[in-house]
Each structure stands twice: as C-alpha cells, then as structure tokens.
Design a protein around this ligand. Structure first.
Ligand SMILES: NC(=O)c1ccc[n+]([C@@H]2O[C@H](COP(=O)([O-])OP(=O)(O)OC[C@H]3O[C@@H](n4cnc5c(N)ncnc54)[C@H](O)[C@@H]3O)[C@@H](O)[C@H]2O)c1
Ligand SMILES: [Zn+2]
Length: 359
C-alpha cells in the first residue's frame, strides 16, 4: 500500500513497503548514502540499507544510535558529524534517517549543518514521526534550558512513513501520535475523526495507513501555506499552550501526547463561550482520546504551577494569553485572547473527569 500526500515541493509517501520506496527515491543517484538509525528499529534500517544496495546505491555506512528525548542533544549531533567524516561524506552525499521524531530531528540537524547542508531523507518509524515530526523541515536538538532551542529549517528530499514499523512501536508512543492525529482532525479533517473513533491499536498497518496519510495531509497543508512558520502554521499549536505547560511542570514525566490530550480538552472548554464550539463535537474528541487511554483530566499537578508555567509562554500578553481554539470540526481560530482568570477556571474544570453532560 502506498499513499502519496501532495502539497509540498517534495513527496510525502505513506507506505507499507518503505524499503522499495527509499530505493525508488534514491535510485539513479550517483551520491553515497549514509544510514543513521534508531537502535530500536535496527532491523528495519538494515532492510532499508539492503534495498538501497540492491538498487545500486553506494551505502557508505550504517550507524545505529540510541534515540529518545534525552539523546536529542548536541553531543549526538557531534557524534554523527564524526561518523560523516569517517565515511568521507561529500557535498553530494545523502543522509537517510530511520527512526522516530527524536532521531529524525537529530539526524536532520546533523545533515543540515555538515558541509553547510547535506541532503537528507527521513523514514519515520513512530506515529508521531509520520504525522508530525518528519514533516515540515524543522530539525534540531534540546538544550538543558529547554526543548528545541537549537535547530535549522532544512527540507528533506522526501519523507517516507514506514507504516510497517508501527508493529514494534511501544504503546505509549502510539498514544502520543494518536493525540496529534486527533488534533489534526479538529484542525482540518472531520472525516479523520470518524475513522479515529474506530481504529484499534492492533489494527493492521493497511488500516492505519490511510488515517496516517489524512493526518499528515493536515500538517502538510499548514506547512505549505506557511513554510517559514511565520503565521498561519500556528493552527498546529491547538492544545499545545496548555500541553507545554503541563510537560514543564511535570518535569517532562508527562509525555507530549499525554499533555496534548489534556490540552485539547482545555481548548474545547475555552472555546465553549468564545467560538461556538459545540458540546457534541467536544464529547466526540474527548471520547476518541479516552478510548486510546489518553487521560484528559488534570491530575496531581498544582494549578498554580501550571499557570506560572504558562506565563513563560512566548504567546503571552499582559493579563491574558492567546490560544488556538476549535470553532467546529475542521476549523480552528488562532490568536483568541483569554484572560488569566478564565484560563485558571478552565484548568480547575480539567481537574474533574469529564462525565456525561459536563465538558
Ligand atoms: N521537527 C518537528 O517539526 C517535530 C514535530 C513534532 C515533534 N517533534 C519531536 O519529535 C519527538 C517525539 O517523537 P517520537 O514520539 O517519535 O519520539 P522518539 O523518537 O523518542 O520515539 C519514541 C520511542 O519509540 C522508539 N521507536 C521509534 N520507532 C519505533 C518502532 N517502529 N519500533 C520500536 N520502537 C520505536 C524510540 O526509540 C523511542 O524510544 C520530540 O523530540 C519532538 O520534539 C518534532
Ligand atoms: Zn505536538
């Protein structure tokens, strides 16, 4: 199965046969390829390397690294640069990055900064990677002071979502990606929500592929309209103002997707009296998240700390914050100002589990 998502200057391919897809993408290239892969997907990366060699590509090396948020740091980039030197990569070389969002962020940044920019090809193996991280050209690493503080916009040759890889993805990572998919449905694809309401974790890759393509298409459209992230791409921040605060206050014990799920419910509550967002749609969103065991209730984190963390947010203005809020399924509004008091009240509501008739 192969679905091509249009809209960017390069192809975004959702495929159940990523090996052939990579080989096709690089066939006819005289350049040398260098495969960087997350250790957790080493065997898939080896298969991909095999396909590349089979297609006549010169694979200069394969390098397997530990991935995960704690490895998204300068030293990982420096290590990759060292390997690039050893493999004698030149300005025509291509970095093939196989893994989740942390791996493609690091390897993409290493590619962007070596010899002032090598071409690169991300093969996303996590759900978050497929519908979010590998799309849009943002690469980078964290600093001790904060996430994604160092990076580069560096567009790939194309993007391949390796749907078969989902078979080994840890459930927690699948949930994280699912929260982003629900976000995409609210932003730009009501029919995606219908399908997210019935898909199962254990559903086949054939069943997941079209949903991944639809979610990716929402991000692709947002990126295509605003390639340099100066304005309209902000729709993608739906649920994220609250989510980032929760992640910080929990010292990143809450995963990003878990925080986004709570953030989406928060956005719904804030939208209630502001955009005409309906209770019916809100319930559907909350239920879809809960069905994948994403908790939508605030739990244990002190509200005052969350409010304080939100005050650090870039989008803040005096006495109020700006939010992306849902209007109806498939439409959101950016820059909606909400007073600090109203945010506090919404957070208070979030401490109660949503029951029938409540938000
Ligand atoms: N560049 C962007 O625009 C962008 C957008 C969204 C998120 N991100 C970044 O993406 C990262 C989150 O992505 P993620 O959730 O993929 O995290 P991740 O890369 O840490 O992957 C999650 C876990 O799953 C493992 N893994 C990945 N694919 C696997 C597979 N197929 N089988 C078994 N294990 C597998 C990883 O080793 C890791 O332990 C964050 O750092 C975030 O900042 C970037
Ligand atoms: Zn996110």
């Amino acid at each position: 199965l192969k679905i091509v998502v249009d809209g960017l200057p390069y192809a975004v391919v959702v495929s159940t046969d990523s090996g052939s897809e990579v080989a096709r993408a690089l066939s006819g290239e005289q350049a040398r390829a260098f495969v960087v892969a997350d250790k957790s997907v080493a065997s898939r990366a080896q298969e991909i390397g095999g396909h590349l060699r089979g297609a006549g590509c010169d694979v200069a090396g394969e390098f397997f690294v530990r991935a995960g948020e704690q490895y998204k740091r300068w030293s990982s980039v420096a290590e990759l640069h060292q390997r690039f030197v050893e493999a004698a990569l030149d300005r025509d070389s291509i970095v093939v990055a196989v893994g989740g969002g942390t791996l493609t962020d690091v390897a993409g940044f290493a590619a962007a900064t070596y010899l002032r920019g090598l071409r690169w090809l991300p093969i996303a193996t996590s759900l978050t990677g497929m519908v979010d991280a590998a799309l849009g050209g943002k690469t980078g690493v964290n600093l001790p002071q904060g996430k994604n503080l160092v990076g580069a916009m560096w567009q790939p040759l194309s993007v391949i979502a390796d749907v078969e890889a989902l078979a080994t993805l840890p459930k927690a990572a699948l949930r994280d990606g699912f929260a982003e998919m629900v976000k995409s449905a609210i932003i730009g694809d009501p029919s995606l929500l219908v399908r997210l309401e019935t898909i199962e974790k254990a559903s086949s890759s054939q069943a997941w592929a079209p949903l991944i393509a639809s979610a990716a298409a929402v991000k692709v459209r947002a990126v295509a309209q605003d390639p340099h992230d100066r304005g309209s791409r902000a729709v993608l921040n739906l649920g994220h103002t609250v989510a980032h605060a929760l992640e910080r206050v929990s010292k990143y014990r809450l995963s990003h997707g878990t925080a986004v799920a709570v953030g989406l419910r928060a956005a719904g509550i804030l939208a209630r009296d502001r955009t005409g967002w309906s209770y019916q749609d809100h319930r559907r969103v909350v239920k879809a998240l809960a069905r994948m065991r994403l908790r939508v209730r605030l739990w244990r984190l002190p509200l005052s700390d969350i409010l304080a963390a939100m005050n650090l947010d870039k989008k803040r203005r005096l006495g109020s914050s700006r939010f992306v809020l849902p209007v109806r399924l498939g439409e959101v509004r950016t820059g909606v100002e909400v007073s600090d008091d109203d945010v506090a009240r919404a957070l208070e509501e979030l401490t109660h589990a949503p029951a029938a008739g409540t938000w």
